[in-house]
Design a protein around this ligand. Structure first.
Ligand code: COA
Length: 176
């Protein structure tokens, strides 16, 4: 299986599999109420829980790829995560992202997601990438649209309305 632990480099960002040193940043990320508002995920309980999640993240071994830590090249700071996750229940690959609040509004999520999508098609050989978002999450919907994903219906999960966006290889090729 090829090793996709090192992800794409962009003008401002590096992507790599998360390491134990990222635990503090992910604890901060996953305990910020504004960040977690539309994720439908519980907050992390402690830095130890954050570390355990990093140490027990199986996707690079089991699937071959996964979410990466986003590192700001100018400072070396971990500003969040982005990347591709295979969702077995839906049999689909999802592009996802979550950034520390102080780094919102500078185009980082779009930059990271475009690079992740390009990596998925060009390096992993995917045929289709989806994005799932709550209808209230306007910033995230905007990111998906800027990356070329198009609305493709909705469904309900745990009582929440979830919008599905997709881009396939033909759509990706047409963007270039
Ligand atoms: C979603 C998130 C990653 C966006 O990060 P970001 O780096 O600020 O995103 P970008 O700057 O690349 O793009 C955001 C776009 O949405 C727009 N936007 C931001 N808030 C908005 C709002 N409330 N309504 C409409 N558009 C909005 C921005 O103007 C920008 O578009 P522009 O470049 O055309 O101006 C960030 O807000 C975040 O981490 N949110 C919490 C986690 C989350 O919700 N993740 C996604 C789950 S599906």
């Amino acid at each position: 299986m090829s090793d996709h632990r090192i992800g794409p480099e962009t003008e401002r960002l590096l992507h790599r599999a998360s390491i134990p040193e990222d635990a503090e940043a992910f604890f901060k990320l996953n305990t910020d109420i504004e960040v977690m508002r539309y994720t439908a995920e519980p907050m992390l309980e402690s830095v130890e829980a954050s570390l355990a999640r990093i140490e027990n993240y199986p996707d690079f071994e089991t699937v071959g790829y996964g979410r990466w830590s986003c590192v700001l090249k100018s400072t070396g700071e971990v500003i969040g995560f982005c990347g591709l996750k295979y969702l077995p229940d839906l049999d689909v690959v999802d592009v996802g992202y979550r950034l520390l609040r102080e780094h919102w509004g500078r185009g980082y999520a779009t930059e990271a997601s475009r690079a992740s999508i390009a990596y998925g098609f060009d390096e992993i050989g995917l045929e289709r990438i989806a994005g799932f978002v709550l209808p209230e999450n306007a910033a995230s919907i905007h990111v998906l649209e800027k990356c070329g994903l198009q609305a493709d219906g909705e469904f309900e999960e745990d009582g929440l309305r979830v919008l599905r966006f997709v881009i396939d290889r033909a759509g990706y090729d047409a963007l270039r």
